[in-house]
Design a protein. Structure first.
Length: 170
């Protein structure tokens, strides 16, 4: 287990492990759901996986909502790439920023889980279909995350190619 923890980077710890743990403890506090496992190792795996899912929820759902509400504003991707080349701390700042987004997603997910659990008492078939709903929601989150990440990669490649073309013309 120590080898696995040592291989986790600071980004994984900030954006998966910590938010997953926060979510698990908040969920236990607000609902009857307990994600804590019998061993620390098992709990860390659950925290990490929950953090991954919550990070994707934050990226695919929470971030666009906050953008539309003008709570946050992003720079152009090309400006981000230029700035990250010149300012090496930007990657660390982005990791912390993403952790905040994932914590927001965690709190929203706890609230949604509480509402969903209350609905379960009123809608008899809901507990039966819950595992299917969870699997479909996770599948959709990761499909949209994959699409978003691919878009970032394409934009980055286009930026590098444009810069290369400018240099060749000079």
């Amino acid at each position: 287990m120590d080898k696995i923890i040592n291989k986790l980077g600071s980004y994984d710890i900030l954006n998966n492990l910590i938010p997953g743990a926060v979510f698990s403890y908040l969920l236990l506090f607000v609902t009857d759901y307990n994600l804590l496992q019998n061993s620390i190792g098992e709990s860390l795996v659950v925290f990490y996986i929950m953090g991954m899912v919550l990070s994707r929820f934050g990226s695919v759902v929470i971030e666009p909502i906050l953008k539309k509400c003008k709570v946050i504003k992003y720079a152009e991707h090309s400006d981000y790439i230029s700035a990250s080349i010149k300012y090496n701390k930007l990657e660390t700042i982005m990791a912390v920023n993403n952790m905040f987004r994932t914590i927001v997603a965690s709190v929203v997910a706890v609230i949604l889980t509480k509402v969903y659990s209350l609905l379960g008492y009123r809608v008899p078939f809901l507990p039966t279909v819950t595992p299917f709903i969870i699997v479909v929601v996770i599948l959709l989150l990761f499909i949209f995350s994959y699409r978003k990440q691919t878009s970032y990669i394409v934009k980055s490649i286009e930026y590098v190619n444009e810069e290369k073309s400018k240099e060749e013309k000079e």
